[in-house]
Design a protein around this ligand. Sequence first.
Ligand code: SAH
Length: 352
Amino acid sequence: MPKNLFGYTLPALTEEMVSLGESKYRSKQLFSWIYQKRVFDFDAMTDISKSFREVLKRDYCLDLPKIVTKQESEDGTVKLLLEMEDGAKVETVLMPYDYGDSICVSSQVGCNMGCRFCASGILKKDRNLTAAEIMGQVMVMNGILAPLGRTITHVVVMGTGEPFDNYDNVISFVKTVNEQFGLAVGARHITVSTCGLCPGIRKYGKEGLQINLAISLHAPNDEVRKQIMPVSGAYPMPELMDAIREYQKDAGRRVTFEYIMLKGLNDSLAQANELADLIHDNEIFAYVNLIPYNEVKEKPYKRTEYPAIKAFSDVLMKRGINSTVRKEFGGDIDAACGQLRVKYVKGGNHAS
Ligand code: SAH
């Protein structure tokens, strides 16, 4: 099986080139062809010797996922359903913010975390995505943006799957996104989001990366969190806070708490105060991203109305915690996480 170059970090590719008797600059040349020039045909890589191009053609590939469906929203959101080599399908979303083009990539095919409100988890995990398959999502989206003179400037690993349940592949991917000879996206423009797998959080802090960490908290205490996130059974609040403190000590970075507002469940002002207490008592340097819930047909949860979200946010701000309400995209195109794939896979392969 040819090895997909999109799955390599620069140091890993350098090591491999050297082991083949090539100069160590070969990897930088290859990175520059594929990530900067977007040339995926080995024959066109003219500064690489013809004989080594033959080796590359035989043993390596630059395969990308295939686009199964492409939905475009009035607000410019693009949602792709992509198919991998083995037929596995994943969702990828482009969100055109005013500060740049942000992509939300999937890290697994399905998800085993079982968060009750989430559409992605309706289909259990089939397998991890490889680093090349995660990168493939960005490369395909950049292929759509390139003719428009645009390119991905922000990357969030917040699509289907739990990144820290596929730790090595996700880290390899974000390193290449950040790599100056790779996609050269600034570390502060990259975010990995976890539902709270503590060993992953601790390890991530020791990577020496300046990449953002977001934690899906969604509750001010274990009592509420247990109702919606089974992961809190394995990693209850005290352990989660401890892991985050350790991450902060190692990485020296502020974390983002994601908090989906679910009507009547976690959205009262008393709970906003409880959340502020949790953050202060544990000495966490955090910013809270309040997320309007995208209602999912198969789930009983309802979204909190905007005025109540704003009031919740005001309490946090008054308590000295920065908080914003997440901008919504693609309301007209199955925007809620995992909805498109669920519809497709469950609906006998019809995308609409
Ligand atoms: N497993 C990771 C990343 C994927 S989920 C994690 O849990 O963080 C990315 C974010 O989308 C999480 O905060 C998740 O809780 C949120 N999310 C899932 N379903 C949603 C929905 N229907 N509406 C709004 N946010 C949702």
